[in-house]
Design a protein around this ligand. Structure first.
Ligand code: MUC
Ligand code: MG
Length: 367
């Protein structure tokens, strides 16, 4: 099962509705499709979504690091020597989405070779997850209308609400409008993408004390060390670290330093291998995890649900699995379908999805 090629293919698909949040805005999926080929003819796929404002990765940078650094060090290696693969990739710092996509494309070929799905190979706990939909910035009435339309069409009843605007009342009004529209049974949580100061965050949480929020994510920067510690100590719900906890070491620092009490796991930035390391660390320390979304398309979402459904702890909560609904099109032959608020793991082998060659030819940017 020797790796014979690793390809990094940039592509661009527009969003029907751009997603806006405190640290940026996404109007196009400017992603990189990563393809791993083996001597036996197996082909694995994964998606790398660059988030320049969060991790400093760009589409061109992902292509460059895979073509120029990772591929030359990995081609020729047997695909089942993942530990060697990781040591070689981790000589290079950063580049989380590029590394994650190579890792997941290799898992895709391995599971195909083993005749099983990645989700079963990782743990096989269940075959589906409840879905949480992420709501980007807009006016309160528009966000409430979007949420009720998503609930009515897909049966989704859990929503992550982007916050972090100034003054904080803007977002407080949004959460109140959502609660009024969706009723007591809907699950609501908030994600600030570092937009507020610690004291603004505390004020917002006080104002929303009766809103029934279940989680608060990355409301202020983790680098506001003492302010963040005070915020987390005074937060009555789990405080989720997201962009502050992208490696096992960062998870350890934030949890032990009082900067977070729960962890967002994103396969888009830690692949399957790194996500499992973080999951085991979190469960070993007794903190909750959430399967997060790096504004993934359908291939990325298939990876998230494959990982999330594989373990008890990652499938306990709704996973952030629906933002591909905002994209104008996608690369897969068979679209993912959310039914009754749930997304099933695509049935294997591997990640269980197929890239449509015509769609790829249409959307790829490299000719
Ligand atoms: C999130 O949870 O923060 C926004 C930026 C990004 O990288 O992921 C999203 C969602
Ligand atoms: Mg987040």
């Amino acid at each position: 099962m020797r790796i014979t090629a690793i390809e990094a293919i940039p592509y661009r698909i527009p969003y029907v509705k751009p997603l806006k949040f405190a640290s940026g805005e996404v109007s196009h999926a400017d992603h990189v499709l990563v393809r791993v080929r083996t001597a036996g003819g197996l082909v694995g796929h994964a998606d790398a979504p660059p988030r320049p404002f969060t991790y400093g990765e760009t589409q061109a940078g992902i292509v460059a690091v895979i073509d120029g650094i990772f591929a030359p060090h990995l081609v020729g290696l047997d695909a089942d020597r993942r530990s060697v693969l990781h040591v070689r990739m981790h000589r290079t710092v950063g580049n989380p989405a590029a590394k994650a996509a190579v890792d997941m494309a290799v898992w895709d070929v391995l599971a195909q070779a083993w005749g099983t799905s990645v989700s079963r190979a990782l743990g096989g706990f269940t075959d589906r997850m409840r879905v949480c939909h992420m709501l980007g910035f807009d006016a309160p009435a528009a966000m409430a209308q979007e949420a009720s339309a998503i609930r009515d069409r897909y049966g989704i009843t859990t929503f992550k609400v982007k916050v972090g605007r100034r003054p904080v009342d803007l977002d407080v009004d949004v959460v109140r409008a959502l609660r009024n529209t969706l009723g007591d049974k809907a699950e609501l949580y908030i994600d600030g993408n570092r937009g507020w100061t610690p004291s603004e965050s505390l004020r917002a949480l006080d104002m929303l004390a009766d809103a029934g929020l279940t989680l608060a994510e990355e409301l202020c920067p983790a680098d506001d060390v003492l302010g963040r510690r005070r915020l987390v100590a005074n937060c009555r719900i789990p405080f989720v670290g997201d962009e502050s906890v992208t490696t096992p070491a960062e998870v350890t620092r934030e949890l032990l330093g009082g900067g977070a009490t729960a962890v967002s796991i994103k396969t888009a930035r830690t692949g399957f291998t790194g996500s499992q390391e973080i999951l085991h660390l979190a469960t070993g320390l007794g903190v909750e995890v959430v399967m997060g979304n790096q504004i993934d398309g359908q291939l990325g979402t298939a990876c998230t649900v494959a990982f999330g459904a594989a373990h008890a702890a990652t499938s306990a909560r709704a996973g952030e699995l629906s933002n591909f609904l905002d994209m104008a099109d996608d690369l897969l032959t068979e679209p993912l379908r959310i039914v009754d608020g749930e997304l099933a793991v695509p049935a294997g082998p591997g990640i269980g999805v197929t890239v449509d060659p015509d769609k790829l030819a249409h959307y790829r940017l490299d000719g």
